[in-house]
Write a protein that binds this ligand. Structure first.
Ligand code: AMP
Length: 215
């Protein structure tokens, strides 16, 4: 199964992709995670991407497409993969289709997480990440056992630089103007399914499993 998770920031794409990759052994490719790793390691890509990410703007298409196609090509394609946060523009989606058609591995399923703005703001402002292993928490919905520390590895938790109100608003504007049109693009291909991103993570996961069973 080759899947794309589509929806605004804070819709729960990363959480669901993590659950699916842990339980169903899909490879999880998160553009945001890969870019943040590059920023942390101060790579060529990281240095170029950092300022766009901090402003809540999209990193230029060319750079992201090349990076993601390389990841897809170097992974175990037979097992299937989940793309989380990619594609995010029509141009990226078309380039991805061209490459996957060439490999004879087209996208089978796109899940659109329909999510309200209130949910997005609540989730993103309360989100905390582990500095060491990247695990995700929420100060209200999913707090760690010990405040400020990761349950899994004991690493320090931090608030992402772009998870502040002003940058969240910019990211939502970018989503509305550059990403949202992908709903129609994949809808027209007949591979789009919708779930509510406002539900709790376990409920969303159940819905995803139902969809996957029918595929
Ligand atoms: P995310 O972790 O998915 O919220 O992504 C964090 C940031 O990484 C975004 O605000 C963008 O700056 C950048 N980014 C992630 N995915 C993409 C993409 N497909 N195209 C361009 N920029 C991206």
């Amino acid at each position: 199964m080759r899947m794309v998770l589509l929806g605004p920031p804070g819709a729960g794409k990363g959480t669901q992709a993590n659950m699916l990759s842990d339980r169903e052994q899909f490879e999880h490719l998160s553009t945001g995670d890969i870019l943040r790793e590059n920023v942390k390691e101060v790579t060529f890509i990281g240095k170029k991407a950092q300022s766009f990410m901090e402003k809540g703007e999209l990193v230029p298409d060319g750079m992201v497409i090349e990076m993601m196609l390389e990841k897809i090509n170097s992974g175990d394609k037979g097992r299937g993969f989940i793309l989380d946060g990619f594609p995010r523009t029509l141009y990226q989606a078309k380039k991805l289709d061209i490459e996957l058609d060439r490999l004879n591995l087209p996208i089978d399923l796109v899940i659109y997480f329909r999510t309200s703005i209130d949910t997005v703001i609540f989730r993103l402002t309360g989100r905390r990440l582990c500095k060491d292993c990247g695990a995700n928490y929420h100060i209200v919905n999913m707090p760690p056992r010990e405040k400020g520390l990761c349950d899994k590895c004991g690493g320090e938790l931090y608030l992402r630089k772009d998870d502040n109100k002003e940058t969240i608003e910019k990211r939502l504007e970018v989503y509305n103007t550059q990403t949202k049109e992908l709903i129609d693009y994949y809808g027209a291909k007949g591979i789009l399914k919708e779930v509510s991103g406002d539900l709790e993570a376990d409920k969303v996961y159940e819905k995803l499993k139902d969809i996957l069973k029918k595929e």
